[in-house]
Design a protein around this ligand. Structure first.
Ligand code: ADP
Ligand code: MG
Length: 240
């Protein structure tokens, strides 16, 4: 579904991504771990060109999205993204937040958009919050709405950048539970997280990034159970 070849990204003279090669298959759950500053967010943001790569190539569903003639907006609609900060529209209700992009971008009928939004609210367990405003929600609820909002565009892949890092500890579980259900339902997902228990349980593949490269990758059993590189072992010894 996604093919990344020798992806590079620099900010000025600062080289952040130093040649990343990766294929992500349909239905796969790829979890990216690694120390702060290793380039995880930059990598994720390059996948939907929120950051413009300075080298290499990215293809999505067989089409090069880094080619000059490619219209990235078409591809972005198929890639849902959830950030650490929820970025909900504060002056819109929960239902309006979820319906906005389908109405404006997809030109869906209001009745259709509302039907999908209602189903998604059920998926994330927040049907009773449809008329609430973001300020009336807890952090965990806001993040579940942000996930529902991304899903409303019926994306083919979901990108998550530390979706639980801004949450109080007691709210982490409810968000991870929604993500786990998505994985079980077959969604293709790329997830940057520090939740190692979740990574181990839900990830099909773990990527360990450090210094702008993928140092090591494998199944959770391989990476957590038998890390090959000293840098991976060192990182895991600090977070596990
Ligand atoms: P991670 O998500 O693994 O913590 P990031 O991808 O956010 O790492 O950042 C990697 C490095 O890139 C950091 O040193 C950060 O300061 C730098 N960086 C990220 N975005 C920018 C930017 N827009 N301009 C300059 N430097 C940046
Ligand atoms: Mg980051």
């Amino acid at each position: 579904m996604i093919e990344v070849k020798n992806l590079q990204k620099s900010f000025g003279k600062l080289e952040i991504l130093k040649g990343i090669d990766l294929n992500i298959h349909k239905g796969e759950v790829v979890v990216v771990i690694g120390p702060s500053g290793s380039g995880k967010s930059t990598f994720l943001r390059c996948l939907n060109l929120l950051e413009q790569p300075t080298g290499g190539e990215i293809s999505f569903e067989g089409q090069s999205i880094t080619a000059k003639k490619h219209d990235i907006n078409v591809t972005r609609e198929k890639m849902g993204m959830v950030f650490q900060q929820f970025n909900l529209f504060p002056h819109k209700s929960v239902l309006q937040n979820i319906m906005l992009a389908p109405l404006k971008v997809r030109k869906q009928q209001a009745s259709e958009a509302e039907k999908i939004a209602t189903e998604l609210l059920r998926t994330v367990g927040l049907e009773d919050k449809r008329d609430a405003y973001p300020a009336q929600l807890s952090g965990g609820q806001k993040q579940r709405i942000a996930i529902a909002r991304a899903l409303a565009m019926q994306p083919h892949v979901m990108l998550f950048d530390e979706p639980t890092s801004a949450l109080d500890p007691e709210m982490v579980g409810e968000v991870l539970e929604v993500m786990k259900q998505l994985a079980v339902d077959g969604m293709t997902m790329v997830i940057v997280t520090h939740e190692m228990g979740f990574a181990r349980e839900v990830g099909d593949r773990i990527l360990f990034m450090d210094g702008g490269v993928i140092v090591e990758q494998g199944t959770p059993a391989e990476v957590f159970g038998n890390p090959k590189h000293a840098r991976t072992r060192d990182f895991l010894s600090k977070v596990l």
